[in-house]
Design a protein around this ligand. Structure first.
Ligand SMILES: *Cc1c(COP(=O)(O)O)cnc(C)c1O
Length: 367
């Protein structure tokens, strides 16, 4: 039913509260560690704050709607969501494929923690995920991959995993559910950081898991209860509140990214640009087939580290900051964090500033 609506309509509808006269129109936080119990009911919905909370449920229902999933589970961060799913799925003696060019902490978690528990971890480049999946029991794909923005054909990968009996987990952080819906392309589970574009204000950390496999959701909910990787009620509320404007913000971010990608592509100071929305990008064809929007991130390569620092210093709008998806346009030089990229490689996260202001500012800052 919601398929007929545009992004902003879906965002607004996803957080709509029931129309009860006298009740608030917007979401309200319910901070509680313990709830009153009744003498009749042994297993109430809300008993203790580590197992459930009404604000989570509202948030989870909104996230499930946006991802096209039967259920979603909120977590205290993207890493809490991802590591919980991997602890449930990647058993000792199983083989897990992780993106070699994706978010580095996930790779680190797999090689430092899961490998020590008997999981064989195979890092594979996003473009080689299909071939690597032939060996796997669990495949974690990230598309577009952070920070290089390579895209993998998710439908094809899902078919390959299904044939082999492997489970496909997709990290949907960079695209957001407004950019692509991995479950509709055949993925089994979506994991994501809501710290980025979904919350969008660079002021909270959150993560989630979405899936239509009831047994898997039950197992991940149990893992969350036991590991305690929960989201606070206030963060859940702030995220819920932010989801209402996610469509509006993401639309502007994607528009700004498309405009800046074209500008950078034509600029002599720029050595290389990756943006799935650029017609000459190696990922463009697959991106067109599976993405509704190409996202708010651009990967750019300048001459060296000094060139990236000079760009930020000469600009009146850019800020140097890691993370992405916020309302401010930000630049992150990834070699600083140990990504295997050149010193002049930067990920630019587009904010919601006016497009003309941003392009003019960056053009003058590039010199
Ligand atoms: C940021 C990020 C994560 C981790 O999310 P946190 O909320 O920082 O824990 C996972 N995957 C990707 C692709 C990310 O960009």
């Amino acid at each position: 039913m919601d398929g007929q609506y545009g992004d902003s309509t879906r965002s607004v509808k996803a957080i709509a509260s029931e129309a009860v006269p006298g009740q608030p129109v917007g979401p309200s936080p319910v901070p509680a560690a313990a709830f009153h119990l009744s003498s009749q009911q042994d297993d109430p919905l809300d008993a203790y704050g580590r197992s459930s909370n009404p604000t989570w449920r509202q948030l989870e229902s909104a996230l499930a709607q946006l991802e096209g999933a039967a259920s979603a589970l909120a977590f205290g961060s993207g890493m809490a969501a991802i590591s919980s799913v991997l602890r449930v799925l990647a058993k000792p003696d199983s083989t897990l494929v992780v993106p070699a060019d994706g978010y580095y902490q996930v790779r680190r978690y797999a090689s430092e923690y899961l490998a020590a528990h008997g999981v064989t971890v195979i890092p594979a480049a996003t473009r080689d995920m299909g071939a690597a999946s032939a060996e796997a029991d669990v495949v974690l794909a990230e598309s577009p991959a952070n920070p290089g923005l390579d895209v993998v054909d998710l439908h094809q990968l899902a078919m390959q995993c299904r044939r082999r009996g492997a489970i496909l987990v997709v990290d949907n952080t960079t695209a957001t559910p407004l950019g692509q819906q991995p479950l509709s392309l055949g993925a089994d589970v979506v994991v994501a950081s809501a710290t980025k574009a979904l919350s969008g204000h660079s002021d909270l950390l959150a993560g989630y898991v979405a899936s239509s496999h009831a047994e898997l959701i039950t197992a991940v909910a149990r893992e969350r209860l036991l590991s305690g990787a929960i989201l606070g009620a206030f963060e859940a509320w702030l995220l819920l509140r932010s989801l209402g404007t996610a469509g509006l913000r993401f639309e502007r971010q994607c528009h700004n990214a498309a405009a800046l990608a074209v500008t950078l592509n034509a600029h002599p100071a720029v050595r290389a640009v990756r943006y799935p929305g650029l017609p000459d990008d190696p990922s463009h064809r697959i991106a067109c087939a599976q993405m509704k929007r190409f996202g708010g991130l651009i990967a750019v390569e300048l001459a060296d580290a000094d060139a990236v620092h000079a760009l930020v210093e000469r600009s009146g709008l850019l800020i140097a900051s890691t993370s992405f998806g916020g309302i401010h346009t930000s630049v992150d030089r990834r070699a600083r964090w140990g990504d295997e990229v050149s010193d002049g490689f930067a990920r630019i996260s587009l904010g919601i500033e006016d497009t003309d202001d941003l392009i003019a500012d960056i053009e003058q800052a590039l010199g």
